[in-house]
Design a protein around this ligand. Structure first.
Ligand SMILES: Cc1ncc(COP(=O)(O)O)c(C=O)c1O
Length: 422
């Protein structure tokens, strides 16, 4: 039996309507920016395999670090124990983060990193007797993951409607997405700020925290906003005693042109959620990083004030070892040059587009919209031409690994243009 048939009899794939979905493609190996199917056909991975792969597939240095770590310690319970890779990773991250983000809580995927931030923010207030602070504030269109807390703050993403009745109370504000030659930007921002003002006036004392994907809403279609706008939002919510959570699960590790999007925004959140690119796409790992002020609010002689949350694979040593090496690769001057070169190639590629709308870019992320949602046939054409691209509705976007060459980006744009205009 073929791998496809064996898969079909057993496996339920994520985000898939199995009645109408195209057949899965069996992938045999990955190298650099390419993955290869069983017949040897290559696909240029222009979406970094759901935004996780930073340095290319099967990067030998990361593979080696996992192997070396596996020979020493594959895993250990993280309550009551610690290990070198976890501490070193946090020390290394500290050197590239704002000083106030200095308390690191491990989990193992993006949704749990968000869940942890929401729970910590809620309990932070509760531990101080502010029990009215039970709701959250987020943007329309935000996507923060698929667990219940993450779904609640992403309830206007359109991804979780089946669960609407189970989601907790969240206030939302309009998201003033923008693009090249957007003439209504200031009106959209002013409207969003006026809705925010109203929420803060009416409900600030009940809001525990505001959460945002800084600068780019990923899953809802690579929707971008201006740092100036986000800065105003943060200043307003802070002035009303609301904590700030940045979900940099997609935007982190160089995606927006700086190591973290918070650098563009020039504001430091109370919680930073990171995952996806953290291990370069090798192993699941996530961190919720917070401040000493938050940490101190959980210290007590009473267990009730402790943060009672943990996952079996918390701070898995293999994942931490992969993350240390991935971060070293990211910080190397060659990688920083590659990020700048990819951003430039994306700008040039976007300039060649015709007959598409809402052209936009933030660092290595480039996107544009088609007139209609991408059809299965269009998606298939990308694959036939050896491009791994997964449009989000009408939006076609590129978010490649940092080992892709500017020439490969240029070629991809010309193939994309041929496909979307025929
Ligand atoms: C901004 C953002 N937050 C959270 C998540 C959830 O991450 P995970 O799929 O690892 O649970 C995602 C996933 O796409 C994301 O883009």
């Amino acid at each position: 039996m073929s791998l496809i048939s064996r898969d079909k009899t057993l496996i339920w794939h994520p985000f898939t309507q199995h009645r109408t979905a195209a057949e899965v493609i069996p992938i045999a190996r990955g190298e650099g920016a390419y993955i290869y199917d069983e017949t040897g056909k290559a696909y240029l991975d222009l979406i970094s395999s759901w935004w996780v792969n930073l340095h290319g597939h099967s990067h030998p240095a990361i593979a080696q670090s996992i192997y070396e770590q596996a020979k020493k310690l594959e895993h250990v319970i993280f309550a009551g124990f610690t290990h070198e890779p976890a501490v070193t990773l946090c020390e290394n991250l500290q050197t590239i983060l704002p000083d106030t983000l200095n308390r690191f809580f491990f989990s193992d995927n993006g949704s749990t990193a968000v869940e942890v931030a929401l729970k910590m923010a809620y309990q932070y207030w509760r531990n101080q007797g502010k029990e009215k602070k039970t709701s959250f504030l987020s943007f329309d269109g935000a996507y923060h993951g698929d667990t219940f807390g993450a779904m609640s703050v992403g309830k206007k993403s359109g991804f979780h409607t089946a669960f609407d009745d189970f989601l907790f109370h969240v206030l939302t504000i309009p998201y003033p997405e923008t693009w090249q030659d957007d003439h209504c930007l200031l009106e959209k921002e002013a409207h969003a700020l006026s809705v925010l003002d109203r929420h803060l006036e009416e409900s600030a004392e009940t809001i525990a925290a505001f959460i945002a994907e800084p600068l780019v809403q990923g899953a809802s279609g690579m929707r971008m906003c201006r740092p100036e706008f986000l800065r105003q939002v943060i200043d307003k919510v802070r002035a009303h005693g609301v904590l700030v959570i940045f979900d940099e699960i997609m935007t982190g590790f160089g995606r927006t042109g700086t190591t973290f999007a918070l650098e563009h925004v020039d504001r430091t959140p109370d919680f930073l959620c990171i995952s996806k690119g953290i291990t370069g796409g090798f192993l699941p790992l996530a961190l919720t990083i917070t401040t000493d002020t938050v940490y101190q609010a959980f210290l007590s002689d009473s267990w009730d004030k402790a943060f009672a949350h943990g996952h079996s694979y918390t701070a898995n040593p293999l994942a931490c070892a992969a993350a240390i090496t991935s971060l070293d690769l990211l910080r190397a001057p060659e990688c920083q040059k590659a990020i700048a070169a990819i951003a430039k190639a994306q700008t040039q590629g976007l300039e060649t587009l015709k007959g598409v709308s809402r052209i936009r870019q933030q660092g290595t992320i480039a996107a544009f919209d088609l007139a209609e949602p991408a059809t299965p046939a269009l998606r298939q054409q990308f694959l036939n031409q050896g491009l791994l691209i997964r449009p989000l509705g009408k939006t076609v976007y590129l978010l490649p690994p940092y080992c892709v060459s500017p020439a490969e980006i240029g070629k991809a744009f010309s193939i994309i243009m041929d496909i979307v205009t025929t």
